[in-house]
Each structure stands twice: as structure tokens, then as C-alpha cells.
Design a protein around this ligand. Structure first.
Ligand code: C2E
Ligand code: MG
Ligand code: MG
Ligand code: MG
Length: 276
């Protein structure tokens, strides 16, 4: 089936293993939440010059009893397929709010710190219902909650009704378009939606030499719309320097920090990375 509806593929013995593995994973995933196997890691988001912390992105992980710690890429698509993702997203938010509320952050900080959570676009409404009361009551300053959704939200406006947006706005929760540039949306669709930020997909950062004009343009247009533009997937110093030259100011990636468990993030909240 994965090859699309038009083609047929002969069944081979190796595919039995593949699909059995998939079925096992599926059965396990249905119980992952109640078995307490899900965890949240946090990746710092930093200023490209200076390197100071601007916020964190919460990323779901699954501590699978046999397969070990699985990144989101390995099971989020399956969770979407199985209709589990709405529950997971709500759980990530609750967990992040609980963990962050316990972190001593200097409240004299002159800027808010972003807590970003990813929400599958089709579940924005469901997640908004739990986000709003949580973020307005349990997260002390300087934290501010932002929801990251993929470009799909720009091309399927029906997923995002006015009441949902109003609920979020009333709680001070803002929206971020994730993985911008790879989907079917256009730059002009950005202004039709109440957004705070746009994240340039890591594939453009990985091939910056071929995409420099595109990245520069997203930066210019994003800023002209009043959006913060974030570059994802920055792995090496050359990319950081290059993005800075193109006018970008905010980013995240392995160069600065990997996604970390809550216990290890604590140290990062106060340390300042030094970047020119
Ligand atoms: P995303 O939101 O675009 O997250 C960025 C992904 O890039 C993360 O993978 C992160 O670990 C990885 N990454 C960070 N820095 C670098 C880098 O320098 N180089 C490279 N190559 N990768 C980097 P992860 O955690 O596997 O997440 C994959 C996707 O799964 C996320 O993409 C997001 O769309 C989704 N996701 C993650 N957590 C959740 C969640 O709680 N709910 C929902 N609905 N989706 C989630
Ligand atoms: Mg994201
Ligand atoms: Mg992304
Ligand atoms: Mg992604």
C-alpha cells in the first residue's frame, strides 16, 4: 500500500518482517501513554549572534522497552495515522508546563522565554481546549506558550476555525508555522493567518548554498509581516555565519544544543553560549 494506490508490488518475505514490525509498533504505541513510556526533550532556541537562550522547543520521545529511545520522526506519523496524536500533544503540553514551572528561571529576564509545542494541524482545536487554561494559569513568567503547526494550516484554513483562534489568543498562546517552504503554501498566504513566527525548514539550511536567495526572501518577507523568522537544523558554524549574513537572527540546531531531557536543560537555562 505504501507504494501508492496505482502500483502493485509482489509480496516478498522481507515485507512480512517489515509489516510485522509495523504491527507490533502499532500495538505498543496504543499503550505507550498509559505505560508511562513517553518523555519530552527540549531543544534550546538561541540568538544567532551571542547565542543567548530565547526559548525551548518540546519534542516528544518514546522510551520503547525493546527498541530504546525513539525520536518523534520514528512514531509521530504512526500516531497521526492511529488518531493518537491529539492525546499525545495534549500530554506533551501538560508535561512541559509541569517541568518548566519547576525550573528556576531568573524572572528579571528582560524578555519572555518561548515554550514551543508541536501540534498536528488536524488536532489544533482539541489541543487548544487544553492549552488555554493551562498556559494562562500554571506557567509563571517569563514563559510564553507557542504552538508550532505545519504549513498545512495555511492551505487548509478549515482546520482552524475562528473560535479556536480566539481561545488561543485569549490565553496569550501564539502560532508558529513550522517547516516553512517545503509544502504547498505560498509566501502570500502567511499574512492571511494570525502568526507570530515562521520556521524555515532544516532542508534549506542543509543546502544553503543552493537556497540562499530563498532563505533571504523568507527572512525579508517574514520580517515585513512582523514575524520572527527562525532557522532550523543548524549543525555547523559555517551555516550559522551564513544565515547571519542573510539577515537571520534566531535559530536552533545541534551546533547550539541537541534536544535534552529536562534534568539536563536546567543548566542551559543560565549558561550563555558564545557565538560571534
Ligand atoms: P520539527 O518540529 O521540525 O522538529 C525538528 C526536528 O529536527 C526534531 O526531530 C529535532 O530533533 C531535529 N533536529 C534538531 N536540530 C537538528 C539539527 O541540527 N540537525 C538535524 N538533522 N535535525 C535536528 P524529532 O524530534 O524527531 O521530530 C520530528 C518531527 O516530529 C518534528 O519536526 C515535529 O513535526 C514532530 N513532532 C515532534 N514532537 C511532536 C509532538 O509532541 N507532537 C506532534 N504533533 N509532533 C511532534
Ligand atoms: Mg517544530
Ligand atoms: Mg521544523
Ligand atoms: Mg519537521
Amino acid at each position: 500500500k505504501r507504494g501508492g494506490s496505482a502500483g502493485t508490488r509482489l509480496f516478498e518475505p522481507s515485507m512480512r518482517n517489515e509489516s510485522q514490525g509495523h504491527l507490533e509498533l502499532e500495538a505498543d504505541l496504543r499503550y505507550a501513554l498509559q505505560r508511562d513510556e513517553l518523555v519530552v526533550h527540549y531543544q534550546p532556541i538561541v540568538a544567532l549572534r551571542g547565542g543567548h537562550l530565547l526559548g525551548v522547543e518540546a519534542l516528544i520521545r518514546w522510551r520503547h522497552p525493546q527498541r530504546g529511545l525513539l525520536p518523534a520522526d520514528a512514531f509521530v506519523p504512526l500516531a497521526e495515522e492511529l488518531g493518537l496524536i491529539g492525546q499525545f500533544d495534549a500530554w506533551v503540553l501538560q508535561t512541559a508546563v509541569r517541568q518548566l514551572a519547576g525550573w528556576p528561571v531568573d524572572c528579571a529576564l528582560d524578555r519572555p522565554l518561548w515554550l514551543k509545542v508541536n501540534v498536528s494541524a488536524a488536532h489544533l482545536k482539541q489541543v487548544a481546549a487544553v492549552t488555554a487554561p493551562l498556559s494562562s494559569s500554571s506557567l509563571p513568567a517569563p514563559w510564553q506558550v507557542l504552538i508550532e503547526i505545519t504549513e498545512r494550516v495555511l492551505t487548509h484554513p478549515a482546520d482552524t476555525d475562528a473560535a479556536t483562534l480566539q481561545t488561543l489568543r485569549a490565553a496569550g498562546v501564539e502560532l508558529v508555522v513550522d517547516d516553512f517552504g517545503i509544502g504547498a503554501s505560498s509566501l502570500s498566504s502567511l499574512h492571511r493567518f494570525p502568526l507570530r513566527m515562521v520556521k524555515i525548514d532544516c532542508s534549506f539550511v542543509a543546502s544553503l548554498d543552493q537556497n540562499r536567495e530563498l532563505v533571504r526572501t523568507i527572512g525579508v518577507i517574514g520580517r515585513s509581516l512582523g514575524l520572527t523568522v527562525v532557522a532550523e537544523g543548524i549543525e555547523i558554524e559555517v551555516q550559522r555565519a551564513h544565515l547571519t549574513q542573510l539577515g537571520l537572527t534566531v535559530g536552533q540546531g545541534y551546533l547550539f544544543a541537541r534536544p535534552l531531557p529536562a534534568e539536563q536543560l536546567g543548566a542551559h537555562l543560565h549558561s550563555t553560549l558564545k557565538f560571534p
